[in-house]
Design a protein. Structure first.
Length: 92
């Protein structure tokens, strides 16, 4: 199950509607895909901003080996986030 589907199902349940009931020929939860996508996009944006702030605050002071490991971890995290942000909406 994709994150979009999980979020859409949760929004459907939150609205008090049975997620698998058919509505206009499709499961009810699919009516919440746009809202779920918008919510996840906002979360990704916030994560991206936080990651960017961490990268900008990173300094070269302190233990050299530790700093470079930290930068490598931040770079890997940024790469994963970028890949998720580029995924088609239903795969996010």
């Amino acid at each position: 199950m994709s994150p979009i589907e999980r979020a859409a199902r949760a929004l459907c349940r939150l609205a008090g509607r049975p997620e698998n009931t058919r509505f206009e020929g499709r499961p009810m939860w699919e009516s919440y895909i746009d809202e779920a996508a918008a919510s996840l996009s906002a979360v990704r944006h916030a994560h991206f901003v936080a990651l960017t702030e961490r990268l900008l605050a990173w300094s070269e002071t302190g233990e050299r080996g530790r700093d470079w490991r930290e930068m490598a971890e931040l770079k890997q995290e940024a790469h994963k986030l970028l890949l998720r942000m580029q995924a088609p909406p239903h795969d996010r």
